[in-house]
Design a protein around this ligand. Sequence first.
Ligand code: GUN
Ligand code: FE
Length: 456
Amino acid sequence: MTDQKYVFYGTIIDTPDPSTLRIRKEHICVVNKGRIELIQPFANRNLDEHQDVTFIHLSESQFICPGFVDLHCHAPQYRQAGSATEVPLLEWLRKFTFPNEARCSDPLYARDLYTKLVSRLLRNGTTTTQYFATIHLEATKILAEICQEKGQRAYIGKVCADQNSPDFYVETTDESIRNTEELIHYVHQMQKGRDVAGMNALIHPVITPRFIPTCSINLLSQLGQLAKKHDVHVQSHIAETADEVAFVHDLYPSIGNGRDVAIFRETGLLTSKAVFAHGIYLADNEVDEMVASGSAVASCPIANFLFSKGLTAIEHCTKRGLNVGLGTDIGGAYASSMLPVMRAAVFAHRTMDFVSFDRSHAALPCFPEHKDAVIDFKFAYYLATLGGARALNIDSQIGSFEVEKQFDALLIDCNVESQAFDYWKDDEMDILFEKWMNAGDDRNIAGVWVQGVKVG
Ligand code: GUN
Ligand code: FE
């Protein structure tokens, strides 16, 4: 499968930057051993050169585009996604989420749930996901195995929480560190096996303090040391809601002024491999500090509408140099597909034209007004592909179609039976692409590839 060579002929679409929808019509894209070997305009001689390989001729209603990167997804919460959407964050965690996540102490339950989730995400075109699992080592290993088996690129963390959690869903500091390090070793072993098979690593370990309130400073500091020792990725939540920000300030008023960004910095977790979900209640100097550290934000617009009473100022942050991508935030949000997430990102920024946020309840430093900030469908697609890849430091490998990059791609067909919108033959490719993004769904996804391997 991996050394198979094949050639697409037709339209290739990607977003090499936030304002460019690059449409390469009548091109060939040669994929060899999982990588893009060549992209060039079609000429008849191409056919002779590639006689021995599989030739995939795309029709006028079809194009290929990069697969989605979901930067922030809680795997166990797939079970609850779509419910309890009217409850504030801290109450939602206590009443619904901790009891739900605790069920993953049963490996059989976790295997069934994670199998369903990963299949669903691949079907929706998500070729890379950064996951929070639960505090359970065994179930987290199972998630890693399922992603490897099904062929999804995955960044996977065992959740760490040694305080402010119920008795049935908490660990000691030592357990948290020991199990995190064991997960790192386990995933690194998995990577070695794949190297032998001639493929690059698909699965990566992530150090995952849930959020500052559930972590002692001792735990955060030891996790910071582990991040350095093993040079691995980090993920957490940052400045998500006014309640959360106030809670952190009450807990640790003397560490970095009681602010999330400073506490992550002081404990060694604000690294160039760190991705923090949300980042709504950030002051400009904190954004600048994140930029200087090379860390990134996963904006989760659906969850932000439901929990945060605010939005990630994506355009403002990207202009200041911050790497931003998008996340589903299953199951604080209800969608498992990145299509509604991209639409929500567009809507969120439209509301900035006419809503002035009341941040007075938290007495927080805030952004200046964001009038005229525009996120359109191109920008949103960029965020969901190359933006997410940049946040994970893998934009030299995936996120757009360039020679030498790995082939993580979707084949979209805008003329399939019972799709959600009608097809007109005379629509140009840019119109077809925009219609799929705004009105289409997984029924239009006719093929999904990760590292050149067809996975769905
Ligand atoms: N903060 C801490 N845990 C969570 C979680 O599971 N979801 C969201 N959205 N925020 C959190
Ligand atoms: Fe989250």
